[in-house]
Design a protein around this ligand. Structure first.
Ligand code: GLU
Length: 491
């Protein structure tokens, strides 16, 4: 079912680096329901865990989102009427909420040292009980808290939780109830005056008029605390939809050990943003039926929260590669040119980037690489063309098989070809084809016996695009130089 009335949703990453696949999915689902309902998509940065913040990560997040085409309506960089959108710029808002709770007797100061807390924890452990902070019978006054602070104790504020079960009506997971005994008096303001994640998150969702929270399932266990805080502060509870975890193919939580998980790595490897979004949409959501290929606009129409699965999904890299291959084959040439430019810009060290290819050459390269799976494939197949002649490493297996075998047959063929290539005028695919055909006939040789030695000489390997196309791009001078070098070096 589509979202009918306009939602206000937010994506609230912590600035710890580039987006990873899981966050991309969270951002996408939020963006989709916003677009579908004519609502508002907010980007806010949850930077209160100061030690984990990575400088510049907010810019990386914005770059990733824009590359994907998931533009936000309110938030960092673009502004809006419910800002600021960095949590560290909102401390006065959290302080006001904490004060309200303190004044209402719904929160209290605590100033236990870490050692004291440790003793309490160990006592609970010995009795095989989950640790719960023992609520004092009398709450300390502000003055007592101040004295404790002066005495060097860490003064925090704890929430006086409700002695009631709390039920989250989750739109994916259904009703999830946490018993009163499991809820403790958690910290809402740390000793350094910075609120905890719970406090900041709840205040922001209220201030930013969030009506629906879509986030990863790892946050579900925290949601009862958020609901308790909302109740104590007189805030409405937004709708919640917690999305199941993404696993690797072995059923473990998706992580780096299994390969790239950062969006920027997929961009660098040469995936199309629209393919990644299509693929990520299907991690935990299904449209029903067999259809798998969707444009972003089609996803906006088809997406619905009630078709998000409760079951964890698997990140199948092979399938993503197959998706990308299909998308490249189906993409119109102008789109491929755009993505190619983008790929070059994020791979400045690639020989293809350093060559400063002009537009017609880029078109030729795309054309002769037809069937490629990622833009990284193009580099693997064509990068050698733009390397220094002297920097081409020769693959020993290719040398042995193509050049040395049969009493140096390949080397001999190159010897014979060298002057004829040098004399070839003009240097075009057609003239090269004619020359190679003639040599095949004269020598009663197969195509491979003539073309493969050239290929190894110019690329160092047995793979390249079609030989004529390759040599045209390489040009006569470089072709001749590389063959000469090979004949001298005899690797
Ligand atoms: N800041 C949390 C994160 O880094 C998001 C919490 C939320 O969406 O409520 O994923």
């Amino acid at each position: 079912m589509n979202e009918k009335s306009p939602v206000r949703v937010r994506f609230a990453p912590s600035p710890t680096g580039h987006l990873h696949i899981g966050s991309v999915r969270t951002a996408l689902f939020n963006w989709l329901v916003a677009r579908q309902s004519g609502g508002v998509f907010i980007l806010r940065i949850e930077d209160t865990d100061v030690d984990r913040n990575v400088p510049g990560a907010d810019r990386q997040i914005m770059e990733d989102m824009r590359w994907l085409g998931l533009q936000w309506d309110e938030g960092i960089d673009v502004g809006g009427t419910h800002g600021p959108y960095y949590q560290m710029q909102r401390l006065d808002r959290y302080n006001a909420a904490v004060k309200k709770l303190l004044d209402a007797g719904q929160a209290y100061y605590a100033f236990d040292t870490p050692q004291e807390l440790d003793v309490l924890r160990k006592q609970a452990e010995a009795r095989k009980l989950a640790f719960r902070y023992p609520r004092p019978t009398r709450f300390a006054t502000g003055e007592e808290a101040e004295q404790a602070r002066r005495a060097g104790r860490p003064v925090v504020v704890r929430f006086k939780t409700f002695d009631e079960d709390i039920t989250v009506h989750d739109e994916v997971m259904g009703d999830v109830t946490v018993g009163a005994a499991e809820l403790d008096d958690f910290i809402i303001l740390k000793a350094d005056g910075i609120p905890t994640y719970h406090m900041a998150n709840v205040v922001d969702d209220f201030d930013m008029r969030t009506t629906l929270v879509i986030r990863g399932q790892e946050f579900l266990a925290q949601t009862p605390r958020h609901i308790a805080l909302q109740r104590a502060l007189g805030y409405p509870t937004p709708r919640y939809a917690h999305v199941p975890t993404i696993l690797d193919m072995k059923g473990r939580k998706l992580s780096k050990r299994d390969g790239d998980v950062e969006l920027s790595s997929f961009r660098k490897a040469g995936y199309l943003p629209e393919t990644l979004l299509n693929f990520v949409a299907l991690l935990g959501w299904s449209p029903g039926g067999d259809r798998e290929k969707f444009t972003l606009a089609e996803l906006v129409k088809a997406f619905s929260i009630d078709r998000i699965s409760r079951v964890n999904s698997k990140f199948d890299r092979d399938k993503l590669l197959a998706f990308n291959t299909d998308a490249i084959a189906a993409a119109d040439p102008e789109r491929l040119m755009e993505v190619f430019s983008d790929w070059l810009s994020v791979n400045p060290d690639s020989p293809l980037s350093r060559a400063g290819l002009d537009e017609p050459t880029r078109r030729v390269i795309l054309e002769i690489n037809r069937g490629f799976r990622t833009f990284g494939d193009i580099e693997r197949k064509c990068g050698f063309i733009y390397q220094n002649d002297a920097a081409i490493p020769y693959d020993p297996a290719a040398v042995k098989k193509v050049l040395a075998k049969g009493d140096d047959a390949g080397y001999k063929m190159l010897q014979l070809l060298l002057p004829r290539l040098e004399g070839l005028e003009p240097w075009t695919a057609a003239s090269l084809e004619a020359l190679i055909n003639t040599v095949c006939e004269e020598q009663s040789a197969g195509m491979g016996q003539v073309a493969q030695p050239i290929r190894v000489a110019v690329s160092g390997t047995t793979v390249s695009p079609a030989i004529y196309d390759t040599l045209v791009l390489l040009g006569k001078a470089k072709t001749v130089r590389r063959i000469r070098r090979l004949l001298v070096e005899r690797p």
